[in-house]
Design a protein around this ligand. Structure first.
Ligand code: AMP
Length: 425
């Protein structure tokens, strides 16, 4: 007999199961985050949950935590090295290139997606090893209005959920013209600081990411670091100014944050992050930016692009932190309670007919007694119960009970579907 370790039948560390009733909120959040994209010309894309490791090491960047520490990698029996996707952008761009979407003559290619992502991070509140994102990418156009569009759509999505305590941080990382000179200036400054070995190594590989260090002691040393803002070329400055103007015109409030570099290497020019102040240390509910060089990094043509990913798990936590209760439609409108065998068949047919007519209906399965069945009806959240026994059937009626008021009226069997459809309105 096989013996299993004690925790073999519990969810792995850093993951959690979504179950009713909370799962309904999660689903509604996911839909609300995607809704603004769906009415703004973004088409749905779905890519595999795993990709070749090189896509991420080349795309996301060899020096990033995501690639060096957090990727779940595996070698297939055939010897192929795969990684569970830690983020969405590289996969979506890979798919767009592979399917030649950029050659269909309609740039930008605007895509949205929703799914699971995996990072081997140290789990804590709001930080999981399996999490869910809704994302958007606009591929193949360099236009500040496109950056603004995506930011506005994210803001509208959060607002539609009733979130208020979120802030938008905005920055420009420059481009291949101006970033190299800044990189050098920053390296010069950082080399003069008293930093640990790991961080010193990072100065040489990706100095901008040192600015992202969250440790208080390091942050203090960084106060007088050269600012990228002072090194932006004219084109980047003008571009960034346009994005800021468009956001302001749309009533979007933002904070300029020159230390915002984000954890991925591919960003250029516009970067942004949405922070929620009720979440403690894992406060980023979403983020994104422009990635004009990524396509070439993964073997494609030059395709300037911009995108974002919003965390579904953390958006749910943010709603909870603000005490926002979403108004979710009841899962069940009508609950059928048969009294006796003959009534079971009639009510089961009726439930099927109701469902086909678009009324959410459920049934007291398992031959429960009246008392238990009525308890289930109440728990289901239904507004009405349909109760019928042999005498009702002999009269060609079912009893329609309003579960809130307790009021009960007989309704003719022929009329009940229409009656309930009308009342549901
Ligand atoms: P990133 O690509 O790291 O900026 O991630 C985009 C968004 O996904 C973040 O703002 C978070 O809301 C969410 N996210 C990223 N990593 C995690 C994680 N480990 N657990 C939960 N949510 C995450």
């Amino acid at each position: 007999m096989t013996t299993y370790p004690v925790d073999a039948f519990t969810a792995p560390k850093g993951t959690y199961d979504l179950t009713p009733p909370d799962s309904a909120t999660f689903l509604a959040v996911r839909e609300a985050l995607a809704a603004p994209l769906r009415r703004s010309g973004y088409g749905y894309i779905e890519t595999p949950g795993f990709e070749h490791v090189e896509l991420f090491s080349r795309g996301v960047g060899e020096s990033t935590d995501i690639v060096t520490k957090e990727m779940y990698t595996l070698t297939t029996k055939g010897g192929t090295e795969l990684a569970l996707r830690p983020e969405g952008t590289a996969s979506v761009l890979r798919a767009a290139l592979e399917r030649n979407l950029h050659k269909a003559g309609n740039l930008p290619v605007k895509l949205w997606y929703s799914g699971s992502y995996y990072r081997y991070e140290r789990p804590q509140a709001g930080r999981y090893r399996h999490f869910s994102q809704v994302g958007a990418e606009a591929i193949g156009a360099e236009d500040p209005a496109l950056d603004a569009e995506l930011i506005i759509l994210a803001v509208d999505a959060y607002r539609s959920l009733g979130l208020r305590d979120f802030r938008l941080l905005l920055n420009s990382l420059g481009d291949k013209e101006c970033r190299p000179a800044y990189r050098e200036a920053l390296q010069g400054f950082l080399r003069g600081l008293d930093l640990d070995e790991d961080t010193r190594r990072r100065i040489e590989i990706n100095p901008l990411r040192v600015l992202d260090d969250k440790r208080e002691a390091v942050r203090k040393e960084l106060v007088s670091a050269p600012a990228l803002r002072d090194h932006l070329c004219e084109a980047c400055k003008a571009y960034h100014e346009r994005v800021r103007q468009l956001l302001t015109a749309a009533g979007v409030v933002f904070e300029d944050d020159e230390k915002l570099v984000r954890g991925l290497d591919y960003y250029t020019r516009t970067t942004f992050e949405f922070i929620h102040d009720g979440l403690g240390s894992q406060s980023a509910v979403g983020g994104g930016g422009r990635y004009d060089g990524l396509s070439e990094m993964i073997g494609g043509p030059a395709l300037p692009s911009v995108g974002w990913a919003l965390g579904v798990d953390r958006t749910v936590l943010a709603l909870r932190a603000e005490g926002v209760e979403l108004e979710l439609p009841a899962a069940t409108d009508v609950y059928a309670v048969p009294l006796g065998e003959a009534a079971r068949d009639v009510l089961f047919d009726l439930v099927t007919a109701l469902r086909r007519a678009g009324v959410a209906a459920d049934f007291a399965f398992g031959g429960k007694g009246l008392k238990n069945a009525m308890k289930s009806a109440n728990r289901s959240g239904a507004r009405f119960a349909l109760v019928a026994g042999e005498r009702d059937l002999a009269e060609g009626v079912v009893q329609l009970k309003d579960l809130a008021s307790g009021h009960q009226t007989p309704v003719s069997l022929d009329a009940v579907v229409e009656e309930l459809r009308a009342r549901r309105g």
